[in-house]
Design a protein around this ligand. Sequence first.
Ligand code: HEM
Length: 414
Amino acid sequence: MPNQPPAPMPPLFTWEFAADPYPAYAWLREHAPVHRTTLPSGVDAWLVTRYADARQALADSRLSKNPAHHSEQAHRTGRVGIPGERQADLMTHLLNIDPPDHTRLRRLVSKAFTPRRVAEFEPRVQRLTDRLIDTFAARGSADLIHEFAFPLPIYAICDLLGVPAEDQDDFRDWAGMMIRHGGGPRGGVARAVKKMRAYLLELIHRKRGGELGEDLISGLIRASDHGEHLTENEAAAMAFILLFAGFETTVNLIGNGVFALLNHPEQRARLQASVAAGETGLLTTAVEELLRYDGPVELATWRFATSPLSIGGVDIPVGDPVLVVLAAADRDPARFDQPDTMDLARRDNPHLGFGHGIHYCIGAPLARLEGQRALATLLTRLPDLRLAAEPGELRWRGGLIMRGLRELPVSFTP
Ligand code: HEM
């Protein structure tokens, strides 16, 4: 109808928004695609919601990842949202630094964290997946977040890093503290980060002293580039970010993914049949579609304008934080056909779920492997898996960056 006023902007950061942020993001994409807002923490930031703008911003070298570039006003108000900030040396990791340091560290870790190493890891991921399902398969019910999605990536990354089996439950506890309390350098998170740091430094020291193996930490210690090595602190920060960036993300890929499948019975049945027939094609596109449709990372991590720039025609002042809303970009009708429809067989799917540009997810091959093994094994071993709650009753974790369920109660025939 002509002259009809636009619908008012839906509120951001409420509980309803956490359960389903997509209508609000659709509104922003259409009416205010580069939008300055006050976050729940009190910090002002720009939200970028269109696909083309998001891609451009993720690759723009004028947007720094270094929190020191955040304007003073924000520093005075206290928080830029980075957990455990006081553990400064662990925080000097890939997601908080720019070239040339980023280039050097990323090159070194790429030498150790190779696609081949990940591919060789597949049988271990499969064993781990089966072992976790064994713990609840006879019961007929489970909370798939706590009993499956949460431990799987922790144990997988511990194995990959070379954390001895007897220490892995400590890691599980520390990671649990970090995920439960979300961002913020206070209390449990800071303690957990501190313990993890001490442990990692000690482990690196021990391995360096003669216990080098085939694991990733040994690879990090060995990696050299033009004679340059990682220092012990750099190796500890690298191990920490691999764990931190690879943990809650993968929990959410499995949690959001299973939830989406249970809400789309026809497509789930098709995937189940395809997996049972031993095919991998649909499983591969399905994981990509789940990353696009309801991905684990709702907003890319903080970026700060270091010189004046314009995004989508909007001028961003120096020092302002920019948050690229991956969840909004990945539902942009200007790029995706029927973006609000989940289509496990979608082919044209250049989603931003793993980011874009120099900070593109280094763990993407491992995440895909874990996601594919987790979903395929659940569908095969628990073929009548069903939700044991109304979808609307489930609670979502309220953090800013990640999107994931607090719990996912399911039942099945034992
Ligand atoms: C970076 C997503 C799993 C390690 C990123 C970024 C995204 C992302 C969006 C870029 C953030 C930005 O530019 O602000 C995901 C998703 C995952 C996943 C959706 C699971 C489904 C993993 C795993 C690991 C990992 C398993 C490692 C074991 C990293 C690291 C970075 C990163 C180290 C920083 C790279 C850099 O700054 O150069 N991830 N990730 N991620 N991810 Fe992942």
